[in-house]
Design a protein around this ligand. Structure first.
Ligand code: ZN
Length: 82
């Protein structure tokens, strides 16, 4: 906000103009408003990482199960031939 008397730009939170001393009444910056935009807590990020790891383990288990089923099928095929 600029000074109403001389037009000097006043810093936020100051009450009087540094140039002419007139009252400016600049509102102080409100800190708590920006708190909800703070970065996510470490716990949440760790949880997401754990979930990613769990998904990877599930995919690995599915691939392993397919390999076992395929191996069993191949083994029975060989037994039939043999
Ligand atoms: Zn002024």
């Amino acid at each position: 906000m600029d000074c109403p008397r001389c037009g000097q730009a006043a810093k936020p939170g100051t009450q009087f103009c540094a140039q002419c001393g007139a009252r400016v009444d600049t509102p102080a910056p409100q800190g708590p408003v920006y708190q909800e935009w703070a970065p996510l807590p470490v716990e949440t990020r760790g949880d997401a990482r754990a979930r990613k790891l769990l998904v990877g383990c599930m995919i690995g288990a599915v691939v392993l199960a397919l390999a076992v089923v395929g191996g069993a099928a191949l083994l029975s095929f060989c037994v039939k031939l043999g």
